[in-house]
Structure formats: structure tokens, C-alpha cells
Design a protein around this ligand. Structure first.
Ligand code: SF4
Length: 465
């Protein structure tokens, strides 16, 4: 008899986001003969009943984020997940496997915190299948972390071939997520080769870019569209890298006529973005772009390991305006070398370019294994005035810890208010007004309830009109 797996979504943030990675794993398992059942705490919080009804042989839990990655709120999600895990263990001895993007950033630290037995770092599709088929022997399962000799072993990493992966998205209640969360999600590739000092994407999604064929991505859009989901946010770290793939995806959406039926948003890098791509994206149904811009000070961008410069932001803005795409600049303030002058220069340049929205986040979340973690280690932990938060006894950086340049002294929040005063485009990851921390954002949820659809930043923008 086929093994039975219960995939449990424990991410109940509001507005809710569909557990796409867990669904991808489930679809791959089902395709390979595994009996897959779904538990979703967004719709049923009764874990005991879910376990009793399904009686699984294995349980998979994905951790999308370990915290809200936002200063100063610094909401830490793992205590709740540990409670859920303990509750499951009080009912059953069924092996539980953790995975997901948040888990994969700090697998060892999360395993220790949860006192977990199994986890999968990175791509979960192939690894989970192999884990089930070779249980109880974990040694040859790629990406697996498990207990051995009183500690944990992490098996070598292997990438799942995504090229022709074409999920049908039938496992989770995607129409309900669309109603409550305002958008669907699809990835057209996985991984990022960038070396940005703070970014955890290469750690969790892989340092090598793996492209899906544009036709398989388009099929996934179609599958969701048939369920009534017609507005999307792409999950790609940077849609325009590589440039040629972005063009190919746009062409495929146009060829299939999907551009007239769906709308979508994407994250893009300000480098390698031009008028031609902006025009193609617009024609393919794109509505808006969030550019991970970080700064408009070239020295700060250099320190952050970013490849674009202030001039690229200008060109990007021009290309979007010409193509009539709405666009947001996501600014990340407080990195190494940041001071009040570089912040002021950034704000002034952003004002000149006039994006539709400029999001200001203060503080860089320090993740172990990133170059920023290396910088902090070099600077030393003791009395380091650039660090905000509890680095933990083991200095594992599991709880939210942020790098904020000590040169930004004094009341930095008032400083931001002062230099952005009167400009409605600016939103902040802190404070009560114009807050764009999406976690438990009441304005956002109300707008979605009223029928708003799209990227969260664009829904908030429209709500202010
Ligand atoms: S910030 Fe963007 S380009 Fe840089 S590593 Fe992260 S995902 Fe890649």
C-alpha cells in the first residue's frame, strides 16, 4: 500500500499566502504514487482531528518565515511552531519532516530550537520522495538533516530539476487563498546567483538559477486561472535575471493569450532592466514591479554587494513610466557605511525619480551564512553598536537580529518623517502611519475583503487614493 503523507501548512499570517512550496512537494509526491493529504491551519486549527482523520505515515511541515524580518517589530514565529510540533508529538510518533524557505536559511539552528528529528534544506520535492521511499535509512537522502551521535548531520545538497515541472495546483484551496490573500503565486525559476551581503535567498532557494520552461510556467498560470485565480505575484527572486528568460516567459504568455486574461506583478533587479523588457512585461499582462533598490547612494550599494547603481534606478523609473507600469522601490536603510547623509541623498534621488511607492525598511536582518554575518563576526559581537537584537547565547542569530549602522544615531524615525514629509509615496516598515509591514496589516486585509487584488504594496497604494 502506498505511504500516506500529511502536508501541514502552519503559516497563518494575515493576509494569508498560499503555501506554494508545500504544494509543489505534494504534487511531486502524488505524481510518484504517494498518497498525499492536506492539513491547513488557515482553515482548520484542530490538529488532533486532522491527525485522527488522516492517520499519516509521515508528516511534512513547511516554515515559510522564522520571523517577520522587520525592525523594530521583530515578531518571532518559531515559538508557535514549536508548540504545534509538541502538540503533534503528544498524539503520534509519526516522523515529522520540516522544510520551507525560512527553515532552509538556518536549518541547524531551527532543528535545535524545535528539537526536531528531520528537516529538508532547499528543494523539497525530490528529497521528500526519497526520504519516504528509503525510510528509516536517512543517509542517502539529499538535503536531509537528521540526528546522529547526539548531534545533527546535513546531507549534501542536490537541486530538483524544475525545467519541466508543471504543477496543477490542486492540493490546497487556492481559490480561498485568492479571496483572502488577493493574489496567486507562480515561480518561473528558482535560485539566485547574487552576492548581496544580507540576502538569504541564495541560501534557501539555491545559488544556481534553474529555469522552468516558459510553457510549463504558463500551464501553471492556466491551471490556477481555471480555478478563478487571475491576479498573480511571481515568486522569482528577480524576474529579469536572466534577462532572456524573462523575455521568453513574456512571449509565452502573449502567445497563449494569457496576457488578456491575467494580471501579474514581479520582483525585479534595477540592473539589466530596460525599456524593451518593460514593454514586453506590460504586453504580457504585468501590472507592477517591485524593485529591490535598497539605496540610491553608490557607496552604500557597493557595500551591500549590489550590482546596480543610482543611475540604474533613474533608467528603470523611466522605462516603467514609458511602459505605464506602476513600480515600487524597496529601500533598505542602515547597512555598513550608511549615515544620515547617504540616507538623505537616497531620499532626494528617489523623490526625483518619483516611483509610485517607495518602501523604507530600517535594518538588515542578519542571517547566519550570509556575507553580512561574516562582517559582524569580524566586527565582534560584544558591544557592537551596529547590532540590534538578541544574538543568542550560541550566537546563532535565530531570533531577529538587525544590522543598523551606528552612524545613524539619535531619533532616526523622526529623521525619516522629516525628510519624507509631505510626500505620500513613502511607506515605512515601522510606525503606525503608512506602515507597509504586511504581517497582520489591517488596512491591507480590509481592502482585500472589499475585493482589492494585486501586490500588497499596490493594494496599499490604491487604498490611499
Ligand atoms: S537581493 Fe536579489 S539579487 Fe541580491 S542575492 Fe537577493 S535575490 Fe539575489
Amino acid at each position: 500500500m502506498a505511504a500516506k503523507v500529511l502536508l501541514l501548512n502552519v503559516n497563518t499570517l494575515s493576509p494569508p499566502v498560499a503555501p506554494v512550496g508545500l504544494e509543489y512537494v505534494g504534487e511531486h509526491l502524488r505524481k510518484n504514487g504517494i498518497n498525499v493529504e492536506i492539513g491547513d491551519l488557515n482553515f482548520s486549527g484542530d490538529i488532533k482531528k486532522t491527525l485522527r482523520e488522516n492517520r499519516p505515515d509521515f508528516i511534512g511541515i513547511s516554515i515559510r518565515n522564522t520571523d517577520d524580518c522587520s525592525f523594530p517589530s521583530s515578531s518571532f514565529f518559531l515559538p508557535r511552531i514549536r508548540d504545534i510540533y509538541r502538540e503533534i508529538k503528544s498524539y503520534t510518533d509519526t516522523p515529522v519532516v520540516f522544510g520551507g524557505a525560512g527553515f532552509s536559511v538556518m536549518p541547524l539552528e531551527v532543528m535545535e530550537y524545535l528539537d526536531a528529528d528531520y528537516g529538508i534544506c532547499g528543494d523539497g520535492e525530490g528529497a521528500m520522495l526519497k526520504f519516504i521511499n528509503s525510510f528509516p535509512d536517512p543517509e542517502n537522502v539529499e538535503n536531509l538533516i537528521y540526528r546522529k551521535n547526539g548531534g545533527y548531520i546535513i546531507n549534501p545538497r542536490k537541486y530538483f530539476p524544475v525545467e519541466n515541472f508543471s504543477p496543477r495546483r490542486n492540493l490546497f484551496d487556492n481559490p480561498a487563498y485568492f479571496r483572502m490573500g488577493g493574489m496567486g503565486s507562480v515561480e518561473t525559476k528558482r535560485g539566485c546567483m547574487g552576492k548581496c551581503i544580507y540576502c538569504a535567498d541564495p541560501l534557501c532557494r539555491g545559488e544556481k538559477i534553474r529555469l522552468r520552461s516558459p510553457s510549463s510556467a504558463a500551464e501553471e498560470f492556466e491551471a490556477l486561472m481555471e480555478k478563478g485565480v487571475d491576479c498573480f505575484h511571481l515568486l522569482d527572486s528577480e524576474f529579469n535575471i536572466p534577462y532572456g528568460h524573462a523575455i521568453d516567459v513574456c512571449r509565452e504568455l502573449i502567445k497563449k493569450g494569457l496576457n488578456r486574461k491575467i494580471s501579474w506583478y514581479a520582483y525585479c533587479s534595477p540592473e539589466r532592466f530596460d525599456s524593451y523588457l518593460a514593454g514586453m512585461m506590460k504586453e504580457a499582462g504585468c501590472k507592477g514591479i517591485n524593485f529591490g533598490s535598497d539605496s540610491a547612494s553608490d557607496s552604500v550599494l557597493e557595500n551591500l554587494g549590489r550590482l546596480h547603481r543610482a543611475e540604474d534606478l533613474k533608467n528603470t523609473g523611466k522605462a516603467c513610466r514609458e511602459a505605464e507600469l506602476v513600480f515600487m522601490f524597496d529601500m533598505l536603510i542602515g547597512g555598513p557605511g550608511e549615515n544620515r547623509k547617504t540616507v538623505k541623498d537616497t531620499i532626494e534621488r528617489v523623490k526625483e525619480i518619483k516611483p509610485d511607492v517607495a518602501g523604507i525598511a530600517l535594518g538588515l536582518r542578519i542571517y547566519p551564512g550570509t556575507p553580512l554575518h561574516g562582517i559582524v563576526k569580524k566586527e565582534g559581537f560584544k558591544e557592537n553598536r551596529n547590532i540590534k537584537g538578541d544574538v543568542g547565547k550560541s550566537r546563532g542569530f535565530l531570533k531577529p537580529v538587525f544590522y543598523i549602522s551606528s552612524e545613524l544615531r539619535g531619533d532616526i524615525f523622526s529623521f525619516f518623517q522629516e525628510i519624507t514629509a509631505g510626500d505620500e509615496r513613502f511607506m515605512f516598515s515601522f510606525g503606525q502611519s503608512k506602515n507597509y509591514n504586511y504581517n497582520e496589516n489591517r488596512v491591507l486585509s480590509e481592502e482585500i475583503d472589499k475585493g482589492a487584488r494585486g501586490a500588497f504594496w499596490d493594494i496599499l497604494r490604491r487604498s490611499r487614493k
